[in-house]
Design a protein. Sequence first.
Length: 142
Amino acid sequence: MEGALFGGWAGDEPASKWWQKNMTFYGPGGIGLAQNAKEFQQHVLDPYHAAFTNRSVEASMMFCEGNYCGAYGNLLGDHVGTWVGLPASSKRLSLRFCMHFRVVEGLISEGWAIFDFPGLFNQIGLDFYAKARDQTPLPVES
C-alpha cells in the first residue's frame, strides 16, 4: 500500500507494480471507475501526474487488518495542468484523501478513494458547491 501511494501517486512508478492486472478502482465523481491496471494508469494516475509536478504524499494514518488496508492524508503538488476540469492554477495544492485497499497475494485487487474536492476548489478560490448548484437543472414547476 505504501508503494501504491508514494510510488504511484507521488512518483512515476507504473500501476502494474502495485496493482493486480485485473484490479478495480472505485474513484469519486470526476475520476470514476477503472476496471484494470491499464485503465487505472491511463485514466487516473496519468492525468494526475500531468496536472501536478513536485508531487508528494503526507500520510497521516496507514493501517492494515488482514488483507484490507487504509490510508488517510494529503496529496501535494504544484498545479500545472488541467485536472478534473480545473485549469492550472500555478499554486501548490493539498488534496485530502482517504483510500482503502483489498490486497491479494501482495498486490492491490480493489481500491476505493475519497477526495476532498470542496477543499481543493477552495484553495484556488472556487466554491465547489456553487459550481455544482449552477450545473444542476432546477426542477420545472407545473
